[in-house]
Design a protein around this ligand. Structure first.
Ligand code: F6R
Length: 631
């Protein structure tokens, strides 16, 4: 993004629109028929999640509910020509995070009486405890979701005489985690109650009608007058009134803003491309991946892990298998896995793994990484590993994807849907999940002192804030892209964890700008690649501080002496790098093993800007598909 665009980006951030929305929410109350409005809202939100969709309408006779696994069109087909005379309802399109992507887990969820319906985005971290308590009280659950707890909590308070708004306020006060929730009840049929904490929710103001949505895109067809609901605020919405209160029930002012974007821009949160939006979503995505993983005593839990501690203790070797950017995440993690767990780690591109007769047995741990969970080679590699009796853990962004069926345990990255073909937020969340896995294995095997583990976790928790810092101004990457957009060959170099970052930087550039780009271990330059250097060739050096920093500086000097122009990714205040670099892309300093999560950001932005400067669509690179389901 050019510098001139930055105030808009900041405005978007301050409105909470950089938060990860895993699912889409829409609600309507007014004099028109709610059903077609909700269906059209769900269609526009579908790019956010498409595991299942559902609608609940409120009427005097009770709630009408229809849900389907799959896409909104399947829900629409199930509804057929039915006309339901109701002017109030809520709809949801789901990207599964808790519970398999099937119809019972589709939203809206109801209480026992079937009179209250709830839709929710986010993760309720304490849902297991809440559910246990509610079940002990006699509540009957129909789904595996965290969301359903909320319907039963609201039911409890309403049963003691409170109205819907008071009951929702009481229910959300018991929740830990992130949520945007919208609730209706057949006992108060004109009303929609909405509340949020750490997940976006917007109100749309109309004439004799009002709307609620997780995203402007669902409202823009009907109104451009919106109110951004603040964290811990609750909105009480009827067709002719909107009231907002805070967590204590204190009335809050209603600040209306006008939306000027068109629908296409709104879908992309105001960004020009999904890729750029997803690059900017990384801090929030990493925050989601880290959420709820460490308890007050600093003890790490990975709740998707279904392997026994004994099985983890018995492991004597780790293999990591993946393709493309996921392979690079694996390469990054190899350094931390070996350092923290003292286990030997081998890494393979998935397409090679099973054809080379690797030595596996029941004491081998195989970690498969695939954001889509559908990459044919990765799936085949994991099946092969299981066949050889190895333990398999997969890391994926898609709940219920094929990879989860071929694994003994799964860690979800919670990055939300990634639409751009080039992996960005799924990569940095994969790194995060892999670091968590490495810490967890180290914790189980006792290879790290608790203080040491806690210190790494604290550093991990700092990452999202530091990522925000890097992404807050990309005017420099924009300038660098303008300077080098005509260069036909680019080399990327790094050492240690900077090496896989260099490979990822080269992959991003080549896949969306169609330029020749190669990533090398800097020490390998003299063994061949240096012959490619001539005057003006850009060499991008991943040069944040490391224990091999001095060696990398020598490699940069060698390249410079042969006419290369140096673009360095380096830490502020590092004069040695600043002196050697023709262009410096600054990233804050962080402990070395975690530095790839920051160092890769300017390289993603650089690839994006070069592609754009060359008149290409970064979201849809030629010849590439988002998931590669054939070998
Ligand atoms: C690069 C990219 C691909 C994928 C690769 C693996 O930007 O997106 O290289 O990383 O196709 O895909 P998954 O992670 O879905 O297995």
């Amino acid at each position: 993004m050019a510098k001139g665009d930055l105030p808009f980006v900041h405005l978007m951030g301050s409105l909470g629109l950089f938060k990860i929305e895993m699912c889409g929410i829409v609600g309507y109350t007014g004099s028109k028929s709610a059903l077609p409005i909700l269906l059209s809202g769900l269609h526009s939100l579908e790019y956010r999640g498409y595991d299942s969709a559902g609608i609940a309408l409120a009427g005097k006779e009770g709630l009408w509910l229809k849900r389907r696994a799959g896409r909104v069109s399947e829900l629409e087909e199930a509804i057929g020509d039915d006309e339901i005379p109701s002017g109030v309802g809520i709809g949801h399109t789901r990207w599964a995070t808790c519970g398999a992507p099937n119809e019972p887990n589709a939203h809206p969820h109801r209480d026992c009486s079937g009179r209250i319906a709830v839709v929710h985005n986010g993760i309720i971290e304490n849902h297991v405890q809440l559910r246990r308590k509610l079940e002990e009280e006699g509540h009957k659950f129909r789904s595996d979701t965290d969301t359903e707890t909320l319907a039963h909590l609201v039911e409890n308070t309403m049963a003691s005489g409170s109205d819907l708004a008071q009951s929702v306020r009481s229910a959300v006060s018991q929740l830990e985690g992130s949520y945007a929730i919208v609730v209706i009840s057949a006992t108060e049929p004109g009303r929609i109650i909405a509340a949020r904490s750490d997940a976006p929710l917007i109100l749309g103001l109309g004439d004799g009608e009002n709307f609620v949505a997780s995203d402007v895109v669902a409202l823009i067809e009907h109104t451009r007058r919106v109110v951004i609901l603040e964290d811990h605020h609750l909105a009480d919405v009827t067709s002719d009134n909107v009231r907002i209160v805070d967590a204590d029930g204190e009335e809050q002012p209603i600040r209306e803003i006008a939306v000027t974007w068109d629908i296409a821009a709104a879908e992309k949160g105001g960004f020009e491309h999904f890729m750029l939006k997803e690059i900017h979503e990384q801090p929030a995505a990493v925050r989601e991946t880290l959420r709820g993983r460490v308890d007050a005593a600093g003890h790490l839990t990975l709740d998707e892990m279904r392997m026994s501690e004994e099985e983890i203790r018995d492991i004597d070797k780790v293999f990591v298998v993946a393709c493309g950017s996921s392979f690079h995440a694996g390469l990054v993690a190899k350094y931390a896995l070996e350092h923290w767990t003292r286990l030997p780690v081998e890494i393979d591109v998935a397409s090679e793994f099973r054809y080379r007769d690797p030595v596996l047995n029941s004491e081998t741990l195989v970690v498969g990484i695939s954001q889509s969970g559908e990459t044919a080679d990765t799936l085949a590699a994991l099946r092969y590993a299981q066949h050889q009796k190895a333990k398999v853990i997969s890391i994926t962004n898609v709940v219920g994807s094929s990879i989860t069926r071929d694994s003994d345990a799964v860690i979800y990255t919670h990055a939300g849907p990634e639409i751009g073909v080039a992996a960005t937020k799924t990569l940095t969340t994969q790194m995060t999940a892999l670091w968590l896995l490495a810490l967890w294995v180290a914790q189980t095997r006792g290879t790290m002192f608790p203080d040491e583990r806690r210190a790494v976790f604290e550093e991990l928790a700092r990452l999202p804030g530091l990522m925000e810092e890097v992404l807050s101004d990309d005017s420099k990457t924009f300038m660098v892209s303008e300077r080098f957009k005509e260069a036909r060959t680019w080399l990327f170099i790094g050492r240690g964890v900077g090496f896989p970052v260099a490979m990822e930087g080269a992959l991003k550039l080549k896949e969306i700008s169609y330029l020749h780009a190669e990533g090398f271990a800097a020490g390998e330059m003299k063994h061949g690649p240096i012959a490619l250097l001539e005057d003006g060739v850009p060499v991008v050096a991943v040069a944040s501080k490391s224990h091999v920093h001095a060696k990398l500086l020598s490699n940069i000097e060698e390249a410079k002496a042969r006419g290369a122009v140096i673009v360095a990714v380096g830490n502020p205040g590092n004069d040695e790098v600043a002196k050697l670099a023709d262009e410096l892309l600054e990233v804050p300093h962080v402990t070395q093993l975690l530095s790839p999560a920051l160092d890769v950001l300017p390289l993603q932005l650089l690839a994006y800007h070069v592609a754009k400067a060359r008149g290409l669509d970064p979201d849809k690179p030629r010849n590439l598909a988002k998931s590669v389901t054939v070998e």
